[in-house]
Write a new protein. Structure first.
Length: 360
């Protein structure tokens, strides 16, 4: 079929959109399958096939035109061809022609015509009920399409690393949902390396990830720093240092460490080993884990100590003490990433929410 977009208005484009997604729309599906008879069910399906072809194609394919349905609805409303034509700003002969074409296509008589009056046949009354519903759906489709284009609805996939679920992520999601309640937000936890891969592959739209302070990102990304996150030392409550206000890393040289492995967080793992070397010792690592939460669980069982993000200091707080690490100062950045040159308006809206510093 040959597309001729210039011949059709926005309502017709919305109708074409509804064809593609009708199987996913319960109300449209019901309008199609719950026709008054099996024959009219088939006719209703035909209505959704909006003609994007020229006149010759239409004659060959037997497709209904939206203009025919408009003419039918107007005549059914006015029960008068002249008044219907005036309402549609068409010639009366053109309206009559459209109705005849429609009746021919459907294979039923929709109107009884005399010199004095026009009435709907039983078939016409049944058909009118379906046509009214279709125009309601088309109008709704227009509005939904416009809302989606404005970024007011749709689906946004947000990737994040576990520590950020205790800090900047919840507030950002709440602000975004308050502003855009009809957008479906999907949250996907992953390791920092996995998030980079998923963002590049388009599997997530935005990513809450960590980076070294001052580190540049990749050319494919854009990013904004959300916060500078200090690292703290987690020790069991029974530990001799539990009553201290702060700690130097070199004071932990003989401690058994629990450390998130490189698979779970390569940046944290490597930075920790680096600052230990800077402090003059190689840490004694008794256990590696895939995430911070498990590491803290092992600390709470008095298996060792761990260096973790300060935002996690509410976990196991009855059994774990969190001490600020003052020397050396150990910090990482919490940042929001998105693909450079993206075209999704929802991403811009979410970035605005994430960077708005508490504004609703």
């Amino acid at each position: 079929m040959r597309l001729q977009d210039s011949r059709f208005n926005l309502l017709q484009h919305a109708a074409y959109y509804l064809i593609a997604c009708s199987v996913c729309n319960a109300s449209i599906y019901n309008a199609i399958t719950n026709g008054p008879t099996q024959k009219f069910c088939a006719l209703t399906i035909k209505i959704y096939i909006i003609k994007y072809v020229n006149t010759r194609d239409a004659q060959e394919d037997g497709l209904l035109e939206l203009q025919q349905l408009r003419c039918f609805a107007a005549v059914a409303s006015e029960l008068h061809f002249v008044r219907a034509a005036e309402k549609l700003h068409m010639a009366q002969q053109a309206v009559s022609y459209q109705i005849k074409q429609l009746e021919s296509e459907l294979g039923v008589k929709l109107f009884e015509r005399t010199t004095r009056k026009v009435t709907l046949t039983m078939a016409g009354e049944a058909f009118l009920d379906e046509v009214k519903q279709i125009f309601v759906h088309l109008e709704r489709g227009v509005e939904e399409a416009r809302r989606a284009d404005r970024g007011e609805r749709g689906r946004l996939i947000i990737g994040y690393v576990h520590p950020m679920s205790y800090s900047v992520l919840p507030a950002a999601v709440k602000r975004f949902r308050n502003r855009h309640p009809d957008v479906k937000v999907v949250l996907l936890e992953a390791s920092p390396a996995e998030l980079e891969t998923k963002l590049l592959a388009g599997e997530v739209d935005v990513a809450f990830n960590i980076k070294a302070v001052g580190q540049n990102g990749l050319p494919a990304y854009e990013w904004k720093t959300l916060s500078i996150e200090p690292m703290t030392v987690a020790v069991p409550k029974s530990h001799p240092l539990a009553g201290a206000h702060e700690v130097n890393l070199k004071d932990l040289a003989d401690e058994p460490f629990i450390l998130v492995n490189r698979r779970g967080n390569a940046l944290l793992h490597d930075c920790f080993l680096y600052v230990c070397r800077q402090a003059g010792f190689t840490p004694r690592i008794v256990q590696e884990t895939d995430n911070d939460q498990l590491a803290l669980g092992l600390v709470s069982s008095e298996m060792g100590v761990a260096v973790v993000f300060a935002s996690l200091n509410k976990l196991y707080e009855n059994r774990v003490v969190y001490l600020p690490l003052v020397k050396p100062r150990f910090e990482l950045e919490f940042a929001i990433y998105w693909r450079r040159g993206h075209s999704l308006l929802l991403v811009d809206h979410f970035i605005d929410a994430a960077l708005s510093n508490g504004a609703s």
